[in-house]
Design a protein. Structure first.
Length: 228
């Protein structure tokens, strides 16, 4: 049977969002990038000058903030539109300030509880490609197909660096590499729902592979599952 819930996990800049969105489109499924939720909470906390180290305040924000996920409202390369308290924060959530703080926010147990509940509710409706760090392990352990998408640190830093430069944010490659290393380290060592491959996930290494090649590989995995 065609897998209805597809979980794609992996480290920062491993290509999860690009691949997840493309696969969802091919299948006519909902594409849900769960990292966006942690980014939106971080972004709103920074806007409101809530100290990121204040776990209680950040958790309360995660539980109460009005964050909406809409279909794209502008034709500027976005995959979706994110509103927080009515303000469009779609690009703000990709800022370096958010990158630098999101791993800390997403390590808070209360923040994860609030986000995981919402993600699970959406995931259980099916026909969804859900992308994150803990989808196959915690959010949807019953997912029909689980993929762990990886790439070398060097390659992931190169991709993120290219994105930044294309957005008009000049930054040294080595700085981006250090940021990615730090984020990986926090994401995989946190106490609650750390980044790790689920036992029954299929490992895909996208180092040196073009996006279309990885999409073909994932579609083959989906097809193999369908034939079972
Ligand atoms: O995939 P991303 O870079 O947009 O994710 C941003 C951060 O959110 C990442 O550093 C870890 C966290 N995250 C998480 O803890 N669990 C998820 N399911 C998705 C993201």
């Amino acid at each position: 049977m065609l897998p209805s819930t597809i979980a794609i996990d992996g480290p920062a800049a491993s290509g999860k969002s690009t691949i997840g969105a493309a696969v969802a489109e091919k299948l006519g499924y909902l594409y849900f990038d769960t990292g966006v939720m942690y980014r939106a909470v971080t972004c709103v906390a920074l806007f409101r000058s809530i100290p990121i180290e204040n776990e209680n305040a950040v958790t309360a924000l995660a539980e109460n903030a009005q964050i909406d996920f809409l279909k794209p409202t502008a034709n500027d390369g976005r995959q979706y539109t994110i509103l927080a308290d009515g303000k469009d924060i779609t690009w703000d959530i990709r800022s370096r300030a958010v990158d630098a703080n999101v791993s800390l926010v997403s390590a808070y147990a209360g923040v994860r509880r609030a986000m995981t509940q919402q993600q699970r509710r959406i995931g259980l409706q099916g026909r969804v490609v859900m992308v994150g760090r803990d989808i196959g392990t915690v959010v949807l352990p019953e997912a029909d197909l689980k993929i762990y998408l990886d790439a070398s640190e060097e390659e992931r830093a190169r991709r993120r660096h290219r994105e930044r430069v294309a957005r008009g944010e000049p930054v040294e490659f080595e700085v981006v590499r250090q940021e990615i290393r730090k984020r990986d380290q926090i994401d995989s060592s946190r106490a609650v729902a750390p980044l790790k491959q689920a036992d029954d996930a299929i490992y895909l290494d996208s180092t040196g592979q073009d996006v279309p090649d990885v999409i073909v590989r994932v579609m083959q995995l989906i097809d193999a599952q369908r034939r079972k």
